[in-house]
Design a protein. Structure first.
Length: 210
């Protein structure tokens, strides 16, 4: 049994890509970045974080403010946000094969709580941690290991972005990349996660046997 399975939230549990695009466009004028059309999204999914921010003309000094404002605005979208296909239905199986189950996200704890409560799956998770910086997950993963008396190798992170894979590699945590989220399967494969899955059922089976 895996001692801890930790999920990303946006793009892994919650299907929030379109909501994030709309929020980004609402902030575009204020921060001098260009808007993103729905047709551009497939191409943008191939980019890592650095390339994405460059393509969208996001200045580094504006990123903390965009992230903070985006989290607050996403709270308004939570009642309309749906889950990624099939993933919530597999949480009971995942939970049965993990001593602890948690969430580490760049979103806010409050937003995640609203979502989990709405779909009746809050009880599957022992903890929810919010990472303030887009590139800060490695630090938080190490802190989770310390706080729960775990070795990084005893944990498993489930995420949908190249930055998740890089953070896990830095923290020494095995990572499963899911292809239904923010980054494409091609981009994720290039980042070399421990495993990749294309559907929630496969994820549950992998965790049961990893």
């Amino acid at each position: 049994m895996r001692k801890a399975v930790i999920f990303d939230f946006d793009g892994t549990l919650a299907d929030s890509l379109e909501a994030v695009r709309r929020i980004f466009n609402r902030l575009a004028g204020e921060f001098g970045v260009r808007e993103v059309s729905a047709g551009e999204v497939p191409a943008l999914r191939h980019l890592n974080l650095r390339s994405l921010l460059k393509t969208l003309e996001v200045k580094k000094r504006h990123l903390p403010s965009i992230l903070r404002r985006g989290k607050a605005m996403l709270r308004e979208e939570m009642p309309n946000l749906g889950p990624c296909p099939g993933v919530l239905e597999e949480l009971a199986t995942v939970r049965a094969n993990a001593v602890r189950c948690g969430i580490l996200t760049s979103n806010s704890v409050e937003n995640v709580e609203v979502f989990l409560q709405r779909f009746g799956v809050r009880d599957h998770f022992d903890f929810i941690e919010s990472c303030r910086k887009l590139k800060g997950k490695a630090k938080y993963l190490r802190a989770i290991a310390r706080n729960h008396s775990l070795k990084p190798s005893e944990m498993l992170y489930v995420g949908d972005e190249v930055r998740d894979v890089k953070a896990c590699r830095k923290a020494g945590v095995p990572v499963v990349a899911v292809t239904w989220g923010f980054n494409s399967a091609e981009a994720l494969a290039e980042s070399k996660p421990a495993w990749m899955v294309d559907e929630a059922r496969s994820l549950a089976k992998l965790i049961a046997n990893a």
